[in-house]
Design a protein around this ligand. Structure first.
Ligand code: GAR
Length: 201
């Protein structure tokens, strides 16, 4: 079985691009990116999806309650018969009620070595700023299952990345993406999809 994957995004979408590129290279035979959903209508990730010929949907977060937002999202996912959900730079925390409907069927990539620099409030450049402020010499990225605890689900894969003298949050973010996130995420999606064995959500 080929798992039908939805990638959820909010911004630039470089992790989405890494998945699309790995898929085009034939490195994800167990998974097909069937849908890209953005919480932000302006996200460049939507353009990346269109260029790759992948269907897109926008579920705006702004101006709606969490329940309204999640009802819309669930409707889109069910209508497209999605098997696996990948959060790739998706900047909205999903409620316990939502994630409990998809046990071990939602993956997230986080730009640190969990349990460091993670949880509510740690996203994007803030994660790298916190790592630099703390003075760690090694950071990295983690792909994990999503449960009701922010960044608290079972870890699927991790990769360490050196912090270098003179790093800024931006330079560190770029190195963590290049050396860890873009490598780990497509591999983790393929691994989970290949182990699903025909069960869908
Ligand atoms: C990535 O670094 C991702 O790990 C991070 O946001 C960036 C999105 O970049 N996600 C989080 O911080 C989630 N807590 P992208 O849109 O270019 O993939």
């Amino acid at each position: 079985m080929t798992a039908r994957v939805a990638v959820l995004v909010s911004g630039g979408g470089t992790n989405l691009q890494a998945i699309l590129d790995a898929s085009a290279r034939g490195e994800m035979p167990s998974a097909k990116v069937a849908l890209v959903v953005s919480s932000n209508p302006e996200a460049f990730a939507l353009e990346r999806a269109r260029r790759a010929g992948v269907e897109t949907a926008v579920c705006p977060r702004a101006g709606r309650t969490q329940a309204e937002f999640e009802a819309g999202l669930e409707g889109v996912l069910r209508a497209r018969e999605i098997d696996l959900i990948v959060l790739a730079g998706f900047m909205t925390i999903l409620s316990a009620a939502f994630v409990s409907k998809y046990p071990e069927r939602i993956l997230n990539v986080h730009p640190s070595l969990i349990p460091s620099f993670c949880g509510a409030g740690f996203y994007g450049l803030r994660v790298h700023r916190a790592a630099l402020d703390y003075g760690v010499k090694v950071t990295g990225a983690t792909v994990h299952f999503v449960n009701e605890i922010p960044d608290g689900g079972r870890i699927i894969a991790q990769k360490a990345v050196d912090v270098l003298e003179g790093d800024t949050p931006e330079s560190l973010q770029r190195r963590v993406m290049e050396q860890a996130e873009w490598v780990l995420l497509p591999r983790a999606v393929e691994k989970v999809a290949s182990e699903m064995g025909g069960t869908s959500i």
